[in-house]
Design a protein around this ligand. Structure first.
Ligand SMILES: Cc1ncc(COP(=O)(O)O)c(C=O)c1O
Length: 381
């Protein structure tokens, strides 16, 4: 039999699967993978049940349900002052993950260079590799994870096809500033680079920060595909629904790939989401909801030996454990699970060459009870 040549020889099981499995085995409190352990809004579940019990169980249109895309178009205009045409510039996808994969496969050809900020969410690079792209990493430094613009500038060449950005940033929580967007714009103005802007945590931004979407900037929006996740915004990560927006010509190419990948995505749940979108309070109140959780968690662990810089966005909080242990972060996380029944994610897995920054990531999208139990453990370490 022919020997199969792996296209991704160095990729194993993702750290999220690994840590969640271990958490189960050791009955650990799971602050590792990013998902809420509480129920979604009752109204949304009601809409979902109604949609399944109606005539909405056959294929949806390729781009997504018109009523959902129309509402998203209005939402973009209201929040970011950019009007995406619902018919030709918005596509509903199987989570942001499929939107990201499709965007990368639409844009990246053999030998194209792709700039990725590290630590980086784990689905970007394998997709780039599959299409023959060359990763140009930019490592961000703890504890503030600011963008080193001189470094970015030095990496932008005629071969730069794509720059992948993520704000608010997983895992650091860093929220891009106006100056970041200005720097990006200046650097790429005379190039033909595209941008993939991963904004799945757009509604989780704290204190005096605001989410600045790429689509707020006309010049940048013209060369960008931006991706979003209903899973994150409505506490339904298991529904795997998200969307991508882009100017018409770009979206046209995106759809060619989308068409032969999934063609369309879950019909009844798109309908349920189109109904809940009528009430903006669900996403308008989300930052406040998660800020309360972040503050509660940080208050509970303030006397622990971990060091915390309050996260600016997302539902992740980094914790510096350098006063507790010299172990590399993955080993430290294994010890946390096995000895203390607490699961977290080692940040080095998202870093360039698994750089150690003495940091682990906790997810605080959990009930108050879970956060209290976790804090009790954290305070004994
Ligand atoms: C930065 C980032 N992008 C994309 C995703 C994937 O989103 P979805 O669950 O909608 O596929 C996640 C999920 O954790 C994420 O953290």
């Amino acid at each position: 039999m022919h020997q199969l040549n792996s296209k991704l020889p160095h990729i194993g099981t993702s750290i999220f699967t690994e840590m969640s499995q271990l958490a189960q085995e050791h009955q650990a409190i799971n602050l590792s993978q990013g998902f809420p352990n509480f129920m979604p809004d009752k109204t949304l579940m009601h809409y979902a049940k109604e949609a399944i019990n109606s005539h909405r169980n056959q294929y949806a249109p390729l781009g997504g349900l018109p009523e959902l895309r129309q509402k998203l178009s209005d939402k973009f205009y209201r929040l970011y002052h950019h009007r995406y045409d619902w018919e030709s510039e918005i596509t509903i996808t199987a989570g942001a993950t499929q939107a990201i994969f499709t965007a990368i496969s639409t844009l990246v050809n053999q030998g194209d260079e792709v700039i990725v900020f590290k630590p980086a969410y784990d689905c970007y690079e394998p997709a780039v590799e599959l299409y023959g792209g060359v990763i140009k990493p930019v490592q961000l430094d703890a504890p503030d994870y600011k963008i080193p613009w001189e470094k970015v500038k030095s990496l932008v060449t005629d071969k730069t096809k794509l720059i992948i950005i993520n704000t608010p940033h997983n895992p650091s929580g860093y929220v891009w500033t106006k100056e970041d967007f200005e720097s990006l714009k200046t650097i790429i103005r005379d190039t033909s680079a595209y941008i993939l802007s991963d904004e799945v945590y757009e509604h989780m931004v704290f204190d005096d920060k605001t989410h600045l979407s790429i689509c707020k900037d006309k010049e940048l929006a013209e060369r960008s595909i931006a991706t979003f996740s209903f899973g994150k915004t409505y506490h339904v990560t298991g529904w795997k629904l998200g969307y991508a927006v882009a100017p018409k010509a770009l979206m046209n190419e995106f759809r060619k790939v989308h068409q032969y990948n999934v063609f369309c995505v879950n019909h009844p749940l798109q309908f349920a989401l189109s109904q809940i979108l009528e009430e903006p309070r669900h996403y308008m109140n989300l930052s406040q909801f998660y800020q309360q959780k972040r503050d509660r968690f940080l208050e509970l662990v303030k006397d622990s030996r971990f060091k915390f810089v309050p996260t600016e966005g997302t539902y992740f909080q980094l914790a510096d454990y350098s006063e507790i242990s010299d172990l590399p972060d993955t080993e430290f996380c294994l010890e946390l699970i096995k000895k203390h029944q607490l699961a977290a994610i080692p940040v080095s897995v998202f870093n360039q060459n698994k750089l150690q920054q003495g940091c682990i990531r906790f997810c605080f999208a959990k009930t108050d009870e879970t956060l209290e139990q976790a804090a009790e453990v954290i305070n004994t370490i």
